[in-house]
Design a protein around this ligand. Structure first.
Ligand code: CAA
Ligand code: FAD
Length: 380
């Protein structure tokens, strides 16, 4: 067993780290304050190959492995989790879904533009009445022979206002339950497609979250992904990889907060010595270091499972459940270590704490990860 990163992995990690420090950090507080989507930075990330990390170069991607992807996600998330969720959705939900399950024509038409960053993608599963309970889809896709007619509402859609290409899950045949669900590629300019107002959020405020409305949207049959009735399995399989990306995002948020707390506690003095020399603070740092290291092993293991062709439904759920818990708990501790300074924006840790919370909610809440894990344990 070899725990070392390859030279190539170290290079890609360092490139992502430099980009995050030099490009993401300077405007991160302003983007968070004003809910500014980082349009120019997305273009720069695309130029570095971060929008199609794992996509085959023949479709415009970088052709890297999942371990490279999680290293990039961790580095971006240490500084700006809003930027990293844009990358995560585009890579692990939209590009992966199309590359793994799309037709050659769909790949040529859509994947090439998404992998190069010419277009941005969104993944539309959640609805007002179908969040965790994702099989309860109310959005309908009626089969009209050579096309489908789509009606319904999707909410909480990341990249919702900025995307050009949307993967949309909808119910074609209610009697067939989850086997009557399909996934479609919808373009922003299709008639009947409307983007609703942007959500005003607690965290990841630089990302773009919208409700979407579909009113008699006519979608050609060739835009359906996979066989008739494959849509729910498509969503589940794609989300397993997505959860690796969000686990890496949570890891990055935790690591970012830890690094800030370590630096601050070595500088700030109280009662005649650096606060890191008080055991209460030193032990917090030890707990952070230990649990973040454990989270990193779980994230890398799940990415490795995917790269090896192993099943990663459970390892991705385990990684997301644990890394998001670590992110939430240790960003709170990082604020505590900063004292009053932790409560103001200039020190970054309050933003990391707000951003951490979403990792326990999206791409399946922590309770949903426990359902996935416990069902697997009990089946075995
Ligand atoms: N692979 C293949 N098939 C799968 C599967 C998987 N990973 N998971 C489930 N299925 C199949 C099941 O085998 C079943 O098929 P059969 O009827 O043939 O047995 C069918 O799908 C239905 O599955 P379940 O009976 O397990 O369905 P359920 O109603 O109990 O729900 C669930 C399962 C795991 C809770 C699922 O609904 C779920 O994951 N919910 C959370 C939704 C979610 O993660 N949403 C994220 C939205 S995207 C997002 O959030 C992006 C972002 O923020 C950036
Ligand atoms: P609910 O499902 O109503 O859950 C409420 C609470 O009940 C949770 O604590 C949940 O864990 C718990 N619960 C529900 N069922 C059970 C159960 N069986 N057992 C135990 N506890 C249970 N969705 C997309 O499709 N695409 C996106 O790009 C996207 N981006 C998002 C971005 C943001 C900022 C946010 C906030 C959400 C995003 N989502 C997206 C939606 C996200 O995936 C859902 O919010 C999430 O799956 C939870 O669904 P819900 O909000 O309807 O909560």
């Amino acid at each position: 067993m070899n725990f070392d990163l390859t030279e190539e992995h170290e290079m890609i990690r360092d490139a992502a780290r430099d980009f995050a420090q030099n490009e993401l950090l300077p405007g991160v507080i302003e983007r968070d304050d004003n809910q500014h989507f980082p349009d120019k930075l997305v273009k720069k990330m695309a130029a570095l190959g971060f929008m199609g990390v794992m996509v085959d170069p023949k479709y415009g991607g970088s052709g890297m492995d999942t371990i490279s992807y999680v290293l990039i996600m961790e580095e971006l998330s240490k500084i700006d989790a809003s930027a990293s969720v844009i990358v995560s959705v585009n890579n692990s939900l939209v590009c992966y879904g199309l590359e793994a399950y799309g037709t050659e024509k769909q790949k040529q038409n859509y994947l090439t533009k998404l992998a190069t960053g010419e277009c941005i993608g969104a993944f539309c599963l959640s609805e007002p009445e179908a969040g965790s309970d994702a099989t309860s889809q109310k959005t309908t896709a009626i089969d009209k022979g050579d096309h489908y007619i789509i009606n319904g509402t999707k909410n909480w859609i990341t990249n919702g206002g900025r995307a050009d290409i949307y993967l949309v899950i909808a119910q074609t045949d209610k009697d067939k339950g989850s086997h009557g669900i399909n996934a479609f590629i919808i373009e922003k300019n299709m008639e009947g497609f409307h983007v609703g107002p942007k959500e005003n959020k607690l965290g990841i405020r630089g990302s773009d979250t919208h409700t979407l409305q579909f009113n008699d949207v006519k979608v050609p049959k060739e835009n359906r992904i996979g066989d008739d009735g494959f849509g729910f399995r498509f969503a589940m399989k794609t989300l397993s990889g997505g959860r690796i990306g969000i686990a890496a995002q949570a890891l990055g948020i935790a690591q970012g907060a830890y690094e800030l707390a370590l630096k601050y506690s070595n500088q700030r003095k109280a009662f005649g010595k650096e606060i890191s020399k008080h055991q209460a603070i030193a032990f917090k740092l030890a707990d952070m270091y230990t649990e973040i290291s454990a989270a990193r092993h779980l994230v890398i293991k799940s990415a490795w499972d995917k790269d090896q062709g192993n099943n990663y439904d459970v390892s991705s759920a385990v990684a997301k459940l644990f890394a998001s818990k670590v992110a939430m708990e240790h960003t709170v501790e990082a604020v505590q270590i900063h004292g009053g300074n932790g409560f103001v924006k200039d020190y970054h840790v309050e933003r990391l704490m707000r951003d951490a919370k979403i990792t326990q909610i999206y791409e399946g809440t922590s309770e949903i990860q426990k359902i996935v894990i416990s069902r697997s344990i009990l089946r075995a």
